[in-house]
Write a protein that binds this ligand. Sequence first.
Ligand code: NIG
Ligand code: FE
Length: 441
Amino acid sequence: MKVDLIVTDIGQLVTCASPDGPKRGRAMTDAGIIDNGAVAINGGKFVAVGSSDEIARDHQSENIIDARGRVVCPGFVDPHTHIVFAGERLDEFELKIKGADYLEILSNGGGIISTVQKTREELADFLVADGNMRIEKMGACGTTTIEVKTGYGLDLESELKMLRVIFEMDKMRSHSCTLVPTVLAAHAVPPEFRGRTDDYVDLICEQILPQAKKYYDDFTHFPGCGIPIFADVFCEKNAFDLRQSRRVLETAKNLGYGIKAHVDEFTNLGGSRMAIEMGATSIDHLDAISDREIEMLANSETVGVITPTVNFNFGSPEFADARKMIDAGCAIALSTDFNPGSAPCPSQPMVMAIACRYQKLLPAEAMNAATINAAHAIGLGERFGSIEIGKEADLVFLDAADYREVCYEFGGTLVSKVVKGGREVYNKNDGNYPRRRESNV
Ligand code: NIG
Ligand code: FE
């Protein structure tokens, strides 16, 4: 068979293959490795996955990439980000170093609210440009699919502006990632509603969620691509309590959104239980989740998204107990939570490195958590996140002979090339691999 592209001589082809949904429990320790592997790609999708010999026997192409023994894995999927925002929060960074508390900063009108003020004032075009710059950084770290939240607008006009920015970033295609939009109008209570959270929840339920959904439905690009839209809520002290969170998610569900929730980041308000019972696609953070809720998560379709960048960024020695969750049979995914306050981090490999050290994930578990399980955490596990026939051909080439190096080495990047939908979209372009050159052998 003649195909558009063959990638061959892959030292370790890390497939993360999981035909029956996300990986859970022991299955997460299997990264689905094929030694000396190859893939054949046609029409942007994988049409064959196997050994280099098998692929060479049955496929021909004018386009052949020789991986020269490198590791190749699925494009990373980042299932939780807040990358549309104006202004960094460098003063807050220093305040936190000096011991200030995140929720205290928020209740004093700083934190998320300070980003809201700047984002409301910023022109959409600048938000698009800055967002794309962040996407490019993420792409250079191997990410090819990104969930992007609103949530720094917190009024009708600004939330719709943020949604438009997400759509524009995707449409412009100056980068190469698939974007999945999430409406997070319930991220914080805006200053004009201070002390009147229920009134703000009215605005979210009566205006922001319905109009944002209509905007998405009218914007033919996303439905045409089969990309879903989600709604999310920050269920936390000083943000939205359980009753308010439930109201937001119930309204969203009735409007046809997929649902997600920030829960148990600092305080257990019962949000995990509620969101699982409501059929959330993912619940995110989970630092304060209870054992009973871990059991519920394990017995549900919901994916648990862990964000260890936040704890790392706070300099905290305590992390969500992802080890316990995996051992209990939960499907766990990893995300950067890239945002200007709690996690200014574009890199999924960095998240994996932290998760291995502080949450005791094995590299194979971290790899599955940042690919196939992350894809399921945004409802796209059938299309992205693994190297399997019929899936979108998104690949990351690592300057490594063993996939575990991507978790072992940190602070730099091993990503040498990225292929998205069968097209090369990033190439670090150094000829220094393999380290032992042929001439030295
Ligand atoms: O996931 N927890 C709420 N939202 C973000 C933080 C956003 C911010 O600090 O700007 C999070 O950590
Ligand atoms: Fe978040």
